[in-house]
Design a protein. Structure first.
Length: 217
């Protein structure tokens, strides 16, 4: 029987505020397969993973985005704003584009759960699969279920039951928590928060991020 993990992380506290609109806390799709997974077996926790990156890892300009997988504003970024940045700067190899986890949590189960599942996909299938998983997950962020998590993993070329198990058990919780702590240290208080070469962007929009990239080149 599946049990939901309840790893609620501490609030941001006294970290400096960054002025970006987004999620500030609180807070099964049609055609999705029904995965009959045995998730009762234990998994070893993982404490370190490389940063999920697309684009040119050695580029002079780095775009870092802090996201909560249950945040609707992060879904807007991922599905409506980020594609412009990807086509204009990631695909040509102009920038290094980094994902950072920042589970506020908007939802006690899905904020950390989907992040853990995503990191499992990254660990087994690589960075491209991680970002593919993220896109599919955000497409279904309003109706998350463990079957949707499995579907997103399968669409990215991963094993659905492994992703579900990682999400439920928190296999990569240390990795996700380390990202969040780093975000707190950088003044992140809401998601999505975007940095270009370490400087916060005023708004999580393609126009604002493009301007920051051009200024940094």
């Amino acid at each position: 029987m599946r049990t939901s993990r309840r790893a609620v992380l501490s609030s941001v506290g006294t970290a400096a505020s960054i002025g970006v609109a987004g999620c500030l806390g609180g807070g099964g799709g049609s055609g999705i397969p029904d995965y009959d997974c045995d998730t009762s077996s234990s998994t070893d926790s993982v404490s370190e993973l490389p940063r999920p990156v697309i684009g040119d890892p050695e580029a002079d300009v780095t775009v870092a985005v802090f996201k909560d997988f249950a945040c609707p504003h992060c879904a807007t970024w991922e599905l409506e704003e980020s594609p412009t940045i990807e086509s204009e700067y990631v695909d040509p190899g102009i920038i290094r584009y980094e994902h950072w986890d920042f589970p506020i949590p908007v939802h006690d189960t899905w904020s950390p759960g989907v992040a853990n599942a995503a990191r499992g996909v990254q660990d087994r299938q690589g960075d491209e699969a991680f970002f593919a998983f993220a896109k599919t997950a955000f497409e279904h962020h309003e109706s998350y279920s463990w079957d949707i998590v499995g579907y997103a993993a399968e669409e990215a070329g991963g094993d659905p039951c492994s992703a579900i198990r990682d999400g439920e058990s928190g296999t990569y919780e240390a990795v996700v928590s380390a990202d969040r702590e780093a975000g707190v240290g950088r003044g992140v208080q809401g998601t999505p928060t975007v940095f270009v070469n370490g400087e916060p962007v005023s708004a999580p929009t393609a126009d604002a991020v493009s301007t920051a990239i051009e200024n940094a080149r």
